[in-house]
Ligand binder design. Structure first.
Ligand SMILES: Cc1ncc(COP(=O)(O)O)c(C=O)c1O
Length: 443
């Protein structure tokens, strides 16, 4: 049917289609990534961290007023140890002033020293390796499982030598590593496991909280962590003798029962004690941990369902044994082939312009210059010799980890602490970037 176009309805139609065009144009402009002049998807900041309420202020003020700021028997640190031990389901707990201190205490109490090798993950925060180096021992890196971001447990056994004295797996981002395989290898070779659970508060493997599988499990309460007092740490163990050694180690070798003028010592050690302020704050912060973890979990699951639909975005997989991911980080791989070769840096820049800050994560730790510098020090040269150190570089190639370090993207835990609609915005921003990937690649 042909329309009867008279001047009047022509004008009306033209006006309407003009309006439609204008609105379409506006839509396209809106649709454009902020980096190309469009409007950013997100104006509101993500939830701030940490949560601070009157109860936190009161707890800290009470310690200040008490004038007992350092650890003392029956104080906040004792109480915190009991609460944290019971929350995670461990037998014994030693609170420390940081996660690094918890790792140092664990390895110190296990007698690690120069000439020893400790198996470590290359995809982690430097503290998981520094705690080995500080004893003059050698970290031996086992490659990463690209799909999960975790140490590839299937490759651990091949890295064990007669110098290996411990395995130090890390549950990176809160996603548990394959504890079945790790514990089986450790049992077979009678090696202690120091579980770096610094990023995995409330994460679970087969219904049991991580940090309780290893000979020790270590947590961090540093500023960014899902449970924080600015700084702080805790070490858990089920072995009473090791607990006593750790306890002594973290307070310069003194016994738990030592009284003031007692100048006898059980072990080497350092002052790695938690303060009463940290413990008081942590006990208040702990009351929110379960609820916050549930929110992160729900949002993360929803986000995964959205991101899975975007070609080139590959959310980190969890192992079958993972019954809870604590989501300190939401990790995915960015495959630029599906984004017209738009570099990860530009992708992150475009995402930030949409109001969604994200990180490119760790560089390959096994290749870092600080290792070569450490190995060139007197003690390392004397202990291992030039040849062994040169061989170390050959033994410690981690090609999967190298690839992961090029592709990884992290969203920090606070991105998951808000509303479900925030997840829609994150996915929308990525879809928008993909739609304009070619143009973005050219700017
Ligand atoms: C995986 C991992 N290990 C160890 C640590 C060390 O903890 P802290 O910073 O409390 O010393 C951290 C945190 O920073 C971490 O993320």
């Amino acid at each position: 049917m042909t329309k009867n176009v008279n001047r009047r309805n022509f004008m009306t139609e033209a006006a309407v289609s003009g309006m439609a065009l204008a609105s379409l144009k506006a839509q396209v402009a809106n649709d454009k990534p902020a980096l190309l002049g469009g409007k950013s998807i997100r104006k509101k900041p993500f939830p701030s961290w940490p949560v601070v309420a009157e109860t936190d202020e009161k707890a800290v003020a009470a310690v200040a007023r008490s004038a007992r700021w350092g650890r003392f028997p029956g104080g906040n640190v004792d109480r915190f140890e009991e609460k944290f031990r019971s929350l995670i389901g461990a037998k014994y707990c030693v609170a420390t002033n940081s996660g690094t201190s918890g790792l140092i205490t664990s390895l110190g109490a296990l007698g690690i020293g120069a000439g020893d090798e400790v198996i470590v993950a290359p995809y982690t925060w430097i503290a998981s390796v520094n705690c080995v180096l500080i004893y003059g021992a050698m970290p031996v890196f086992v490659d990463t499982d690209l799909e999960t971001f975790q140490i590839d447990a299937r490759k651990i056994e091949a890295a064990i030598t007669d110098r290996t004295v411990a395995i130090l797996p890390v549950h990176i981002g809160g996603n548990p590593c394959d504890m079945d395989t790790i514990m089986a290898v450790a049992d077979k070779h009678k090696l202690p496991v120091v579980e770096d659970a610094c990023q995995s508060h409330l994460s679970e493997w087969r219904g049991r909280k991580v940090g309780t599988f290893g000979t020790t499990g270590v947590f961090s309460f540093q500023s960014s962590k899902n449970l924080t007092a600015g700084e702080g740490g805790a070490l858990l163990t089920a072995d009473v003798e090791l607990y006593d050694r750790c306890w002594s180690f973290h307070t310069n070798g003194r016994r738990k029962t030592s009284t003031a003028p007692d100048f006898t010592y059980d072990t080497r050690g350092a002052n790695l004690r938690m303060t009463e302020f940290q413990a008081a704050l942590l006990m208040v912060q702990m009351t929110r941990l379960e609820d916050q973890t549930k929110i992160r979990e729900q949002n993360a699951h929803y986000l995964t369902s959205l991101l899975r639909e975007i070609p080139g975005i590959v959310p980190a997989r969890m192992y079958e044994g993972c019954t809870r991911n604590g989501y300190h980080l939401y990790c995915f791989r960015y495959r630029k082939e599906q984004f017209a070769d738009l570099s990860r840096d530009k992708f992150l820049k475009a995402l930030a312009a949409e109001g969604i800050g994200a990180s490119s994560g760790y560089p390959p730790l096994n290749k870092d210059k600080f290792l070569a510098d450490t190995f060139s020090t007197r003690g390392f040269q004397r202990t291992y010799g030039k040849r062994a150190l040169a061989e170390w570089h050959e033994r410690n190639q981690c090609p999967q980890n190298d690839k992961l370090c090029e592709e990884a993207v992290w969203l920090y835990q606070t991105r998951l602490l808000g509303e479900r609609a925030d997840m829609d915005q994150i996915a929308e921003a990525i879809r928008r970037i993909q739609k304009y990937d070619g143009e973005l690649a050219r700017v």
